[in-house]
Design a protein around this ligand. Structure first.
Ligand code: CIZ
Ligand code: SF4
Length: 306
């Protein structure tokens, strides 16, 4: 697209956003053109909390389906729409509510903790929700339980288990994007940038997490980059975050650990689709009330801990 076309589109989005009383939220992994028109950027929970606080009537959620669902769970009176309703999270899709029910039946004494990357139906079956920012804190708070189910990401489970010293009953889920980052990628980038700090997401392969200076969620990466004395960073997560890190820290350099770490679902949303969504107020994501109430319990319990 030409620059002029982009400005025209951005202008139209801005105008229509006001008319519709809408706010645009973009996940840290979204395309630069989407981040550019967003009112707020953040990780899934940060965005859902913003959605709950805003006075706007319409939330345009640029991310994947479970994130829009989480926003709807926390703000049922608002209209949550996704510019691309097909954008899902393969990891979230690796665990169904029935899978979890079965796992709970096999371990009747266990307390169940689930990553935010799960469907609303799965959250409704969970005792606690967690994010990559607070997973360690949530598991540490469950000392009174002998057994802990931790789903769906086996790599996040491994990370949390190592940090808490707790044995976890995990699931076979994983993020197809983060596992593309390989130990040899980290070794190569370290050779190119010997002074750089390595920060990776705990969804990465355990071997990759073990090689990093820090394993952090995307919101924690933003903080770490700002507060660290280092001037260069090797970033082991979805490449979309590099755009934001560079904007927020213009005097620092950020190198993707692997250019292959692209989440195709996160890249489906475009400015054009945002405009269409605002025009038609579609596609709406709404969680049925019975599921919403039970799913919210798991989120509230997490918020009580952190
Ligand atoms: O919770 C999120 O937004 C995800 C999936 C990643 C992260 O660490 O921000
Ligand atoms: Fe899901 Fe991975 Fe994409 Fe995040 S990067 S939305 S965990 S597939």
């Amino acid at each position: 697209m030409t620059k002029k076309k982009i400005w025209e589109l951005e202008g139209k989005i801005l105008e229509l956003k006001k008319k519709r009383d809408a706010v645009i939220l973009a996940h840290n992994y979204q395309l630069a053109e989407v981040q550019d028109v967003a009112d707020y950027r953040g990780d899934s929970l940060e965005l859902s909390r913003i959605a709950a606080k805003t006075d706007a009537k319409v939330i345009v959620f640029c991310g994947v389906h479970f994130m829009a669902e989480t926003a709807s769970i926390l703000s049922p009176d608002k209209k949550v729409i996704m510019p691309d309703i097909v954008s899902g999270c393969p990891m979230a899709n690796m665990l169904s509510a029935n899978d979890l029910k079965k796992l709970k039946k096999e371990h009747p004494k266990a307390v169940s903790v689930g990553y935010v990357n799960t469907s609303a139906e799965v959250k409704a079956e969970l005792d606690y929700c967690c994010t990559s920012t607070n997973a360690v804190a949530v598991v540490n708070a469950l000392r009174d339980y002998e057994e802990i189910i931790f789903v769906p990401d086996k790599y996040l489970a491994d990370f949390v288990s190592k940090r808490t010293g707790r044995k976890l009953i995990s699931w076979k889920g994983f993020c197809p994007t983060h596992i593309k980052i390989l130990p040899e990628d980290i070794r190569r980038e370290k050779r190119f940038h010997p002074a750089a700090k390595v920060m990776v997401h705990p969804e990465c392969l355990s071997q990759v997490v073990d090689m990093a200076d820090a394993a952090l969620s995307t919101s924690q990466m933003g903080k770490f980059a700002k507060e660290s004395d280092a001037k260069e960073f090797i970033v082991g997560t979805e490449v979309g975050i590099i755009y934001r890190l560079k904007q927020d820290n213009p005097d620092k350099e950020f190198y993707p650990a692997s250019e292959r770490a692209v989440c195709p679902n996160m890249k489906r949303t475009t400015q054009e689709k945002i405009l269409w969504a605002l025009e038609e107020l579609k596609e709406e994501v709404r969680v049925p009330d019975d599921i919403r109430k039970r799913a919210k319990r798991a989120i509230d319990r997490m918020l009580e801990i952190v």
